[in-house]
Design a protein around this ligand. Structure first.
Ligand SMILES: Cc1ncc(COP(=O)(O)O)c(C=O)c1O
Length: 491
């Protein structure tokens, strides 16, 4: 624009991009996890800093699964390797254990010019692809070919890349249809809107602990007939925002369904380390699919993992990977071309992903401390998952399914008619109305259930289980007082 900045009013007639001309899909897309409630929470934080009087002293950010932002400490070994790779002079320092140095040297040797400041190959650094493949192999007891792994800028980018491959390039009844759960993590709905694809919603059954029933998958697919070309089914396991963990039976039925209907399976498995409930275990779609044998073991599967969740919670490094199983060679080459346009995923994110999948082994100097730190984080999360579920279920007008895994509770709120009318009068959804009052009166920042989708006539909100244990009791007391006041006001 040169040196002279014009004001909006002066130049509005000359703008190429206005709200009328900008890509309508981008205008339409919504992402509630960082929506208006969160924007308001940031304003409130500023108001508090300016000394404005509020009925609370801090904002509790329980809206997003950002572990370190809510006080979780980084795993030492991960940071040591990242530090050594970033500043190799530290190799001389006695502060760093030998195994971290060895690991850093091995990764640096695979970096162009021995520097994390250089680009890597587009699917990632080959030794890291190999470490990830070895991890998957150990986890599933199945072979894994490293050339089927591509690293990405957080799982988000991998998911968007695969979704892009699934688009038909056509519109109307020929547009791609992707089956997504309701409730779902809004990356999926937002991306489908952005790509002009058709979301085929299948509902999770809240009464049965957010279970995924094949009869509902059949219903959803039947309803989508003639509206799109169904191409894939997306499963989030463990679930976000719903926290359920799928059983082997359940997974097998989904695989049979995908096979029968000729759909690609997208398995979002970013919470694979976050399993808390007794009797629940994480089973990857790849493992179950391979164990089922042909023809189910032939279906195309893309599975996603992230550095942002689990015990590491390293969201800011933007590490993640996708494993592609059973895709045609030509399709995989085409995908490689597509990701090569982005050059490469962040090197430090790749390094974090490497340490997660190839951690210190028994006998290594850092083995004991790594295990101890990892188990402490996961044990604490399990304790908070139980505590939060129990506390919600002890409050009148709330019910909450067990948080079996992931990082969120998704309680149902039974709102009085008067509250629903008051919300509608303000042009707000009732759950938005509720969450926005919760924020203004207590400082607790949550995400309304409507941002994830929910059965018509039901209301929820998502809250993370991440705040420190000592804070949870205080937050839940604040919450209980607010909720009872709210019920009383609108009863
Ligand atoms: C289910 C699910 N998938 C994918 C992501 C994306 O994670 P990232 O891009 O940070 O790896 C998230 C983040 O919260 C998530 O909850």
């Amino acid at each position: 624009m040169g040196d002279q900045q014009l004001t909006d009013g002066e130049c509005s007639g000359t703008k190429v991009l206005t709200m009328e001309t900008v890509n309508p899909n981008v205008v339409k897309m919504e992402y509630a996890v960082r929506g208006p409630i969160v924007t308001r929470a940031a304003e409130i934080e500023k108001e508090l800093a300016e000394g404005k009087a509020k009925p609370f002293e801090t904002v509790v950010k329980a809206n997003i699964g950002d572990c370190h932002a809510t006080g979780q400490t980084p795993i030492t070994f991960i940071r040591q390797v990242v530090a050594l790779c970033t500043y190799p002079q530290l190799m001389q320092s006695p502060m760093f254990p030998e195994d971290a140095k060895q690991k850093a040297k091995r990764i640096l040797a695979a970096c162009n010019g021995y520097s994390v400041g250089s680009y890597s190959a587009s699917p990632g650094i080959e030794v890291i692809q190999k470490d990830i493949a070895a991890y998957i192999s150990r986890r599933d007891g199945q072979p894994c070919n490293y050339s089927n792994i591509f690293l990405c800028t957080g799982a988000s980018e991998g998911i968007k890349t695969i979704l892009k491959m699934l688009m038909t390039g056509k519109s109307g009844s020929e547009q791609a249809g992707i089956m997504i759960p309701v409730p779902q993590y809004p990356l999926y709905s937002a991306t489908l809107t952005e790509y002009n694809a058709y979301p085929i919603h299948y509902y999770l059954d809240e009464e049965k602990g957010w279970s995924l029933e094949v009869s509902e998958l059949n219903r959803a697919l039947k309803d989508a007939k003639g509206k799109c070309i169904p191409r894939a089914i997306c499963i989030i396991n463990p679930g976000n925002p719903t926290g359920q963990v799928l059983s082997r039976d359940n997974i097998e039925n989904i695989i049979r369904f995908a096979h029968k209907e000729g759909l690609v399976l997208l398995a979002d498995e970013v919470y694979q380390h976050n399993i808390y409930a007794k009797g629940s275990e994480f089973l990857s779609f790849k493992k179950v699919l391979m164990e089922m044998g042909p023809p189910c073991s032939w279906i195309e599967l893309a599975s996603f993992m992230s550095a942002s969740k689990g015990f590491m919670g390293e969201c800011g490094f933007r590490g993640g990977y996708c494993e592609m199983v059973n895709f045609q060679d030509d399709v995989q080459k085409c995908l490689l071309k597509s990701i090569s346009v982005k050059l490469c995923p962040p090197i430090l994110g790749q390094i974090v992903m490497d340490v997660v999948t190839n951690p210190p082994q028994e006998g290594d100097p850092s083995y004991a401390s790594f295990q101890e730190e990892k188990n402490t984080v996961l044990k604490l999360l399990a304790e908070k998952a139980r505590l939060i579920t129990d506390l919600f279920n002890s409050i009148e007008g709330i019910s909450c399914n067990e948080v079996q895994g992931a990082m969120y509770a998704f309680p149902r709120i039974y709102l009085p008619d008067k509250a629903i009318i008051a919300a509608r009068n303000m042009n707000q959804t009732p759950d938005f109305f509720y969450c926005s009052h919760l924020l203004e009166e207590t400082g607790i920042c949550t995400v309304p259930g409507s941002g994830f989708g929910q059965k018509e006539g039901t209301y929820h909100f998502r809250i993370t289980i991440l705040p420190p244990l000592e804070e949870i009791a205080r937050v839940m007391e604040l919450f209980r007082d607010f909720h009872l006041r709210f019920l009383n006001k609108y009863k």
